[in-house]
Design a protein around this ligand. Sequence first.
Ligand code: PLP
Length: 412
Amino acid sequence: MLDRNKIRDDFPMIKSEEAKGRIYLDSAATSFKPQCVIDKVMDYYTKENANIHRGDYDLSYQVSSEYEEVRKLCAKFLNADSEREIIFTNGASSSLNLVAYGYGQKFLKEGDIILSTEAEHASNILPWFKVQEVTGAKIEYIPLDKEGIFDMEGYKRLLNELGDKVKVITLAHVANVLGNIVPLKEIIEEAHKVGAVVVVDGAQSVPHIKTDVRDLDIDFLCFSSHKMLGPSGVGVLYGKYELLEKMDPFMLGGGSNARFDICGNILLKEPPFKFEAGTPCVEGVLGFGEALKYLMAIGMENVEEEGKELHDYFMKRMLELDNVEVYNPKSETSIVTFNVKGIFAQDAAGYLNSQGIAVRSGTHCAKILLNVIGVSETIRASLYLYNTKEEIDRVIEVLKETTLEKCIGAIL
Ligand SMILES: Cc1ncc(COP(=O)(O)O)c(C=O)c1O
């Protein structure tokens, strides 16, 4: 059983004086950080500030080995075959761009098909638009129903029609506006039957759901540290080793090559190092290690199960409100997307802010989802393990009494 009050004590953004009365419902944008993560970042600057993989002195050696320990821990967290399959990037966007560039632009050609969905975040569609432009491959969209739910029959039909022309399938395990979980195992099984590689955007799933890359047989998985209690500026690209070996790096530079000569010949290192040119966000990776330890101590099964319970309570109460329209009643993790009827999303979000409630409004970087759910501007409220039922009850009370006049009053 997850002790939410004990957990809340670990977060300065919740327990500090300034935080009194604040209800944070924007963890899908970025999560709060527990003290252990903050301490680790501080420790790096105060006790162990050195570059990694470069110095011939104890401090550099020590921090390099700690950095590599985080890579091992991350491999364990994902049940990857080896830490050599974990590449540190600076965020999910960076990881997704790396796959699109290093795999998509290198191996795709005219006539090839990339399958995706209309629910994707910009970071998992714009890089593939570029692949389309550079290679002549085409993106096709897997059908979604009116509520944005993945249509398995439609997907199978597409695979049947297009067969081995489909080279890449790229989609979010949990989409950032809809919050439902796609049946990833079956999607991947079907993709592999036609020889396609599956790229999973795990930005909204890895923080909430136990993700076993071997069990799911994921080819590439991309996610960010800052959405799962870790520092900003750090992301992960997990890739099957044989795919990483043949992929190109996005950046070249120090640390990623074994040698180069005056004629321009470069011998790159093996993965993951060939992808990590330049000085990385060392303190961020060390802090991310603490975030992983924190989540692993709670147990991702517990995070998932109790997260779902809190989400279901929130959704149930939201669906009871007559003045609120919920767009993702089938959401399963953390995210509730809605509007207060007759009130522009930004105005209602501004009013909620005046009541101490932090939510996000707008298109949430999923601009083509409008085609599916029929509305572009929405409010998104997202939960994490430090939110409570009491907070949800307060949000419901405020929403119940939200009127256009109050919203205008909050803006003026
Ligand atoms: C589904 C999804 N993918 C990708 C991203 C991009 O993550 P980042 O901004 O950390 O690179 C986000 C961020 O909100 C997201 O929700």
